[in-house]
Design a protein around this ligand. Structure first.
Ligand code: NAP
Length: 300
């Protein structure tokens, strides 16, 4: 039996939290989340928290106190700040799970920081999305706390595979894989915007066979574009990190760099705020939002 503290309560923590709370191997799920910026955001957050039934905290130190597992479900851009705050508040032995897709050296630094407080760091790579796979999304884990966490997480029903190597090795797999996965996102968004310009988006989407996907291609594109309306910024960060990893292997990373530019452009339109952080369900709504937020040629 273990007690889990989820730090951040966005898409990932919301999806994992409910199932963890129902697991007979988890005796408590706590959530720390920042106060939302507006009333609509507060309402949506409360609905997600109610669905999980976890105990919520407005103090980070309170949420992690006595927890066996601290799961930092925050964007990569916030990971360093959040790790520092957790390290400062830590006063007991726990496993720190970091699922952010960041550079191996950043993960090693985080592991060192967390280790100085007597906690065990786990570098986790989530190989998919909870939007598509829910609790069954596969994860790779490495680092000093990986074996301990894998045992806890597997009991709770998560699908975790251990990988040898220092912290950052699991993330390296994720970043290399993202050259394809997030590069594909960037290609799809460019294609659908261009096709939408000619009123041909349905014809173009229907024309692509679902060769290696479990869903029809229109469904795949719908899922990706709706997901990008929320997460284009962090996917751009991830693809840029993929490009760095490729460059470090003396590969020019032309496609990964271009894909990161395309996703950054999309993020900077402000779709996340436009949709009040609620994931749209139809790509056509996203296309209309892009049209109204953007004037001039489709950059970058
Ligand atoms: N969702 C997935 O399927 C998936 C798959 C693979 C990897 N991941 C990784 O898992 C992490 C979480 O993903 P997500 O989908 O849950 O992201 P998300 O929906 O954007 O949620 C992020 C959460 O972190 C909070 N947060 C942001 N900055 C913070 C800060 N400085 N201090 C405290 N809390 C902060 C956000 O609060 P506000 O709402 O106040 O900003 C929100 O609750 C990311 O690193 C992502 O790359 C997710």
């Amino acid at each position: 039996m273990s007690s889990w503290a989820l730090v951040g309560f966005g898409e990932l923590a919301s999806a994992l939290g409910g199932q963890l709370a129902r697991s007979e191997h988890v005796d408590e799920v706590r959530v720390y989340t920042r106060p939302p910026g507006d009333a609509r955001g507060a309402q949506a957050l409360q609905a997600r928290l109610d669905a999980v039934g976890a105990r919520t905290y407005t103090s980070l130190a309170g949420a992690i106190r006595g927890a066996d597992v601290v799961f930092a479900a925050v964007p990569a851009a916030a990971a360093e700040e959040v790790a520092a705050k957790i390290a400062a508040a830590a006063d007991h032995h726990f496993v720190y799970v970091d699922p952010t897709p960041r550079l191996p050296k950043e993960k090693e630094e985080a592991a060192q920081l967390i280790g100085t407080r007597g906690a065990l760091y786990v570098d986790v790579a989530i190989l998919g999305t909870v939007a598509a796979d829910g609790f069954a999304v596969p994860m790779l884990a490495c680092g000093p706390g990986a074996a301990v966490w894998e045992a806890e997480a597997t009991q709770a029903g998560l699908i975790v595979t251990l990988i040898d190597g220092p912290p950052g090795r699991a993330s390296l797999v994720k970043l290399l894989r993202s050259i394809y996965m997030k590069g594909r996102d960037a290609l799809i968004v460019e294609m659908v915007i261009a096709a939408g310009h000619y009123g041909l988006e349905e014809a173009v989407l229907e024309s692509i066979p679902a060769s290696d996907e479990r869903l029809d291609f229109p469904q795949v594109a719908n899922r990706i574009i709706c997901g990008l309306a929320m997460h284009a910024g962090r996917r751009a960060d991830e693809l840029a990190a993929s490009a760095t990893v490729a460059r470090e292997a003396s590969i020019e990373a032309t496609l990964a760099t271009a894909g990161a530019h395309r996703l950054r452009w999309l993020a900077e339109l402000g779709l996340r705020d436009y949709f009040h952080r609620e994931r749209p369900t139809d790509y056509r709504v996203v296309l209309s939002a892009i049209e109204s937020l953007h004037s001039g040629p489709v950059g970058p």
